[in-house]
Each structure stands twice: as structure tokens, then as C-alpha cells.
Design a protein around this ligand. Structure first.
Ligand code: ADP
Ligand code: MG
Length: 637
């Protein structure tokens, strides 16, 4: 057996994080225990799952549990599990490096949380930097571990004081699993003593009661002495002690899988704690759904909607929130098959009795039962959201609307349903969400279409020249400022029988055009088009301008300006789409240019005016000029 002994440097991010954990003052150090217990429980889940296919792997060590051992004299705290353990390489990979995608996001979030130190425990939980949270209470941590299937001399010892380096070496360990020993920090008088059994009992009860394996601890108890050991007087009355102190192993948690209990039996606090355990979120959830389905097949589901969006909601590697169980045996977390992407913020547990424990993700996708459960859960979620009281729904929408909206184009069967749940700011309601149903209800009598405009800033959309005529008509326009909206409108071409129409594309057909007047401008427009050939594909009289002189529009099927901007920003090649320059025939400037053109066609200033009309259109929609220096000069001529 090869022996190894090495000292490693923590990855920079880890050390930065450790410094924060060690040096900041936390209001809630108790979470270290929850994190270590949760790791132990995960490790047992894994070995139990593995044993389904490799029955020999457990050996004699079949009584799966987590054991806590506080030592008041040595001031140490030990937690052991007989879970899957880790090999040398796994320790290196899992502890000290965290090659997790969450790290960068975590550091960023920490940066933002400066001055709000009470937020840090929440962040620690959210980003799964759980193990390191033990450095909140410990000066030194020792981790001794032996992987399932490894021999006694293939164990690994990891030690660190959180000061830049850690040591790792091969060693011996008699049993499978992991033992973590904390050398506790000297505590202040007011601080909790983590070797006090009552302190520990309370934390376990509060944070880890539903962990599905026993969490045990040796506790001292008074037990009655056997009768023959009691010294008695002549009247048979005991003299002296009738009890003695003995150490007994006690289970501290109830292990109740709360999802299998009936909803009336579960207290709100229990639901909340379970949510926190599941999600690592420190806020209470906004909503929950607890249901038991009985029929040809039986399953339980307990779902939660968080009250706050997590920081990594939009990172592609983000895990989904559904844990899958069968008869209380853990199968997998991150179960994407049960929840569409647009509900990825939902957390919870699904426990289906008839599911095969060895089910693979590939099979899961086609499993009829899974498909059925998913359909039912979606129905419940939609019911919940549809019936939610408006104020609350708006809060929900502020947090999760952008995610939910993805469903409009990713789930064609539920497009209308999801569209009904979207909310928009509008030209008539710039600070309050409006639903599409409300929009339709408020449509003007002669209005046939639902108008929208996309862009990145509400303020510039509100002032967009494209909306002048629509405003004059008193037609409401949806202001879409979320990148996702570009995809939403591509897929949602109508709602409630009313077509959706972009205010910046195609003809708006709001008024009948004066054909004679249009004729009169033909020659000038042809001339301007000739001047701007590189920038535009057409010049035409505008159907949307009232006060402004010019604007740019697209043909009905062209890409919107915002979409083009988004694609460019994301580094994708956006096809260079030439747009249409619309001119306001009723604007005095256009009239003046027309008379100049008619009287003095060769005047060089006409070329400059053409450019000016174009530049003004670009600026009006918040765009950038290729040569901004030119612009102010135009104004003074
Ligand atoms: P997370 O639990 O979110 O993955 P942690 O920092 O809590 O993050 O743990 C990091 C990793 O270390 C775990 O993913 C796991 O692979 C490993 N680990 C931690 N504790 C144990 C344990 N008791 N047994 C086996 N592996 C463990
Ligand atoms: Mg963990």
C-alpha cells in the first residue's frame, strides 16, 4: 500500500472565503452543525444507494447512523458517519479546492453583502460551502475518512487550521465512513458551549430533526440502581443513592419524513425548518404545496416556492430543487425530470412508492409515472399561482417572473396559461404590473391589437418616438424590458384572440394615409434613401410619429433593435439588419427640407440633412452614433 503525505495550499477563493468565515462575527454559528450533519446524511444516502446495486458494500456495518461526540474537557466536538467516505483523491477534490461553479458567485455575493455580516451564514448555506462553516467554531479541523470498498489502511487524514494550508496523508481507519473532529475555539462568556449536550440537542432538534438517519449521542443519565445494589435500613428504606449516572446512546432526531405525514399534523415551523434544511435558504418560503396522491400509484409531494430568488438562478449549472425519494429512500437530488426549467426555483421532495431505486436519469425521462407526477405537480403549481392574492403574486413575479416567462416559448402546451401569468409595465402603468387579461379588458373600443415595444430601459421606452401615434390614440403599450421578452413575443403571436404587434415594426395602420401627400414626398424620400444607402433599406412616411421628425422601424419579420443589441452583447453574430427610416410628413423640418429639395436640388446641405434625420432617429431610440462628434454640429447649422 502506497503511503502519501502532502501539504497543499487552499485555492485562493477558498482561503478568501475561510478568512471571512473565521474573522467575521456571526449571529448564527449553530449552522455549522446542520452543515456537517447534512454532509453526513448525504454520505449515508450515497452508500445506501450504492448498496442497491452492490449489496456487499455495507459489509457488517449496516446500521447507518450519524454519531456526535462532544468532549467538554478537551473542548472538542466530533461527528462520525458510516456513509460512503472519501478516497485520497476525493478528499483533495472535494475539500480545499471547491471547483464548484458557485464559488465565484459566492465571492461576488459576499462582496455585495459587505456591511451586512448577518447575511453571511445565509450565503454560506446557499452556495454549499457547508463544510468550511465549521471554521466558525473551530481553530483546527481533522477529517478522517475511509471510502466504501477501501481497506483499513487506505484511509485518509486531512487536517487544517484554516490558515492557508492543509495536510493530507494516508492512514488507517477501522470502519467505513468519515469522522470529523473540531478543536473548538475559545468562546466568549455569552457564547454557546458546543460541548453541552442540551445545546447540541436543541440545534439538532431545530435544524436536523427530519434527517432520515438516527443522529445519536452518548448522554449521561440517571438510572435507578438495581434493587440488590441499594443499601437499605432495617425498615427496608434506602440509605444513600437509589440512582446512578450512566452513559447511554440516545437518538436526538425524530427522523420523521414530514412529507409522509398528513398536512394537518405538521406544524408551520416544521414545514419551515424542513424547507430551510432542503434549500439552504435562511428565509422562510413564500408558499408550500403538500399533497398525497392515492390511486393506482401512490406518491407524496412537498413543494416550496422561496420568497427570494437565489443568486444563481440564471447560471446554467444551477441545480434544480426537487429531491426524489422512493418509500423514504433517497434516490437523487436535482431531479430535472419532475420540474420544467421555468419552475427551477421550486424546491421540494417527491416520494413515489412505485419507483425503482436504480432508475437512471435517462429512464426517468420516459417513465410514465414520472411524466404523470410532473403533470400533476405543474397543475398544482399553476393553480396556486393563478389563485394567489394579487399583491403577493406581484412580489412573486418580481422575484421569479423572468424565469416563469421562459415557459411561454419552452412549453407550447401551456403557453396561454403561462402568458396569463406574465405581467408587464405599460405606457399607462409604468410602475405597476399589468396582466395581459387586464390589458385586453382595457383596450380601446376600436383597438384590435396588443401593442408592445422591447428595449432595455423603461424610461427610454416610455419616451420612444415609436409610441407617439399610439399614445395619441390612447392605446396602451406593453413595455418589455426583460431580454426574455424578445423570445416571449416570438412565440406568443396572439393572446385571447388579439394579435401581438410590435410598435416599432411593420405598418401600424392607425390612420388612413393621405396618398396624394405621400406622392408629393416620393422624390425627396428617394433622394434621402440614396444618401443613406449604407444605413437603411427604405425611407417612408411614418405611421407612428406625431411630434418627432424621424424614427427607425423594421419590417414585420425583422429582428428588433433590442434583440440585435442582445445578440451582440452576448458575443453572437447578429446579422446586420438594415432598418427603415420613417419620416414625419407633418413635421415642419421635413416640410422645409422638401421645399429646399424642390427649389435647389443640388444644394450640398441636403446630404447633411439626410444624415441628420437618420442620426436623430438613432438617438431618439437610445442608440449610439457612429460619429457622435458630428451630431452637435448639425444642431447649430
Ligand atoms: P456540499 O455538501 O454542498 O457539496 P460541502 O462543503 O458541505 O458542500 O461538502 C463538500 C464535499 O465534501 C461534499 O460534496 C462531499 O463530496 C464531501 N464531503 C463532506 N462531508 C462528507 C462526509 N461526511 N462524507 C463524505 N463526503 C463528504
Ligand atoms: Mg454540505
Amino acid at each position: 500500500m502506497e503511503t502519501k503525505k502532502e501539504t497543499h495550499q487552499f485555492k485562493t477563493e477558498v482561503q478568501q472565503m475561510l478568512n471571512l468565515i473565521i474573522n467575521s462575527l456571526y449571529s448564527n454559528k449553530d449552522i455549522f452543525l446542520r452543515e456537517l450533519i447534512s454532509n453526513a446524511s448525504d454520505a449515508i444516502d450515497k452508500v445506501r444507494y450504492k448498496a442497491e446495486t452492490e449489496p456487499g458494500i455495507l459489509g457488517d456495518d449496516t446500521e447507518l447512523k450519524i454519531h456526535l461526540k462532544p468532549d467538554a474537557i478537551k473542548q472538542t466536538f466530533e461527528i462520525s458517519d458510516n456513509g460512503i467516505g472519501m478516497t485520497y483523491d476525493e478528499v483533495l477534490e472535494n475539500i480545499g479546492t471547491i471547483a464548484k461553479s458557485g464559488t465565484a458567485a459566492f465571492m461576488e455575493a459576499l462582496e455585495q453583502a459587505k456591511g451586512h455580516e448577518t447575511l453571511i451564514p445565509e450565503l454560506i448555506g446557499q452556495f454549499g460551502v457547508g463544510f468550511y462553516s465549521a471554521f466558525m467554531v473551530a481553530d483546527k479541523i481533522t477529517l478522517l475518512t475511509r471510502a466504501a470498498g477501501a481497506s483499513a489502511d487506505q484511509a485518509v487524514l486531512w487536517t487544517s487550521s484554516g490558515d492557508g494550508t492543509f495536510n493530507i496523508e494516508t492512514t488507517e481507519k477501522a470502519t467505513r465512513g468519515t469522522t470529523i473532529t473540531l478543536e473548538l475555539k475559545k468562546k466568549d462568556k455569552e457564547e454557546k458551549d458546543y460541548t453541552d449536550q442540551w445545546v447540541i440537542r436543541n440545534i439538532v432538534k431545530q435544524h436536523s430533526d427530519f434527517v432520515s438517519y438516527p443522529i445519536t449521542m452518548e448522554v449521561e443519565r440517571d438510572e435507578p440502581l438495581p434493587d440488590e445494589e441499594i443499601i437499605k435500613d432495617k425498615d427496608d428504606k434506602p440509605i444513600g443513592a437509589t440512582t446512578r449516572k450512566v452513559m447511554r446512546e440516545e437518538t436526538l432526531n425524530s427522523m420523521k419524513a414530514i412529507w409522509t405525514r398528513s398536512a394537518s399534523e405538521v406544524k408551520d415551523e416544521e414545514y419551515e425548518e424542513f424547507y430551510k434544511h432542503l434549500s439552504h435558504d435562511w428565509n422562510a418560503p413564500m408558499e408550500r404545496i403538500h399533497l398525497k396522491f392515492e390511486g393506482t400509484t401512490e406518491y407524496y409531494a412537498l413543494l416550496y416556492i422561496p420568497s427570494k430568488a437565489p443568486f444563481d438562478l440564471f447560471t446554467p449549472e444551477r441545480r434544480h430543487g426537487i429531491h426524489l425519494y422512493s418509500k423514504r429512500v433517497f434516490i437523487m437530488d436535482d431531479c430535472k425530470e419532475l420540474m420544467p426549467e421555468y419552475f427551477r426555483f421550486v424546491k421540494g421532495v417527491v416520494d413515489a412508492s412505485d419507483l425503482n431505486l436504480n432508475v437512471s436519469r435517462e429512464i426517468l425521462q420516459q417513465d410514465r409515472l414520472v411524466i404523470n407526477i410532473r403533470k400533476n405537480l405543474l397543475k398544482k403549481l399553476f393553480d396556486l399561482l393563478e389563485k394567489m392574492e394579487p399583491e403577493k403574486y406581484n412580489t412573486f413575479y418580481d422575484e421569479f417572473g423572468p424565469v416563469l416567462k421562459e415557459g411561454v416559448y419552452t412549453d407550447p402546451t401551456r403557453k396561454e396559461k403561462i402568458a396569463a401569468l406574465t405581467r408587464y409595465k405599460t405606457t399607462k402603468s409604468a410602475d405597476k404590473w399589468v396582466s395581459l387579461d387586464e390589458y385586453v379588458k382595457n383596450m380601446a373600443a376600436d383597438q384590435k391589437e396588443i401593442y408592445y415595444i422591447t428595449g432595455d430601459k423603461l424610461s427610454s421606452l416610455l419616451n420612444s418616438p415609436h409610441l407617439e401615434k399610439l399614445k395619441e390614440k390612447d392605446y396602451e403599450v406593453l413595455l418589455m424590458t426583460d431580454p426574455v421578452d424578445e423570445w416571449v413575443v416570438q412565440s406568443l403571436t396572439e393572446y385571447d384572440g388579439k394579435p401581438l404587434k410590435s410598435a416599432e415594426k411593420g405598418d401600424l395602420d392607425l390612420d388612413t394615409v393621405d396618398d396624394a401627400k405621400k406622392e408629393a414626398y416620393n422624390a425627396l424620400f428617394g433622394f434621402i434613401k440614396g444618401q443613406l444607402e449604407e444605413n437603411i433599406k427604405e425611407v417612408k412616411p411614418s405611421s407612428r410619429l406625431k411630434d418627432s421628425v424621424s424614427c427607425l422601424s423594421g419590417d414585420a419579420w425583422d429582428m428588433s433593435a433590442y434583440m440585435e443589441k442582445l445578440l451582440k452583447a452576448s458575443g453572437q453574430k447578429a446579422p446586420e439588419v438594415k432598418r427603415v427610416l420613417e419620416l414625419n410628413m407633418d413635421h415642419p423640418v421635413v416640410e422645409k427640407i422638401k421645399s429646399l429639395y424642390e427649389s435647389d436640388r443640388d444644394n450640398p446641405v441636403l446630404k447633411d440633412y439626410s444624415q441628420l434625420l437618420f442620426d436623430m432617429a438613432v438617438v431618439a431610440e437610445g442608440g449610439k452614433l457612429d460619429n457622435p462628434a458630428r451630431f452637435p454640429k448639425w444642431w447649430v447649422t
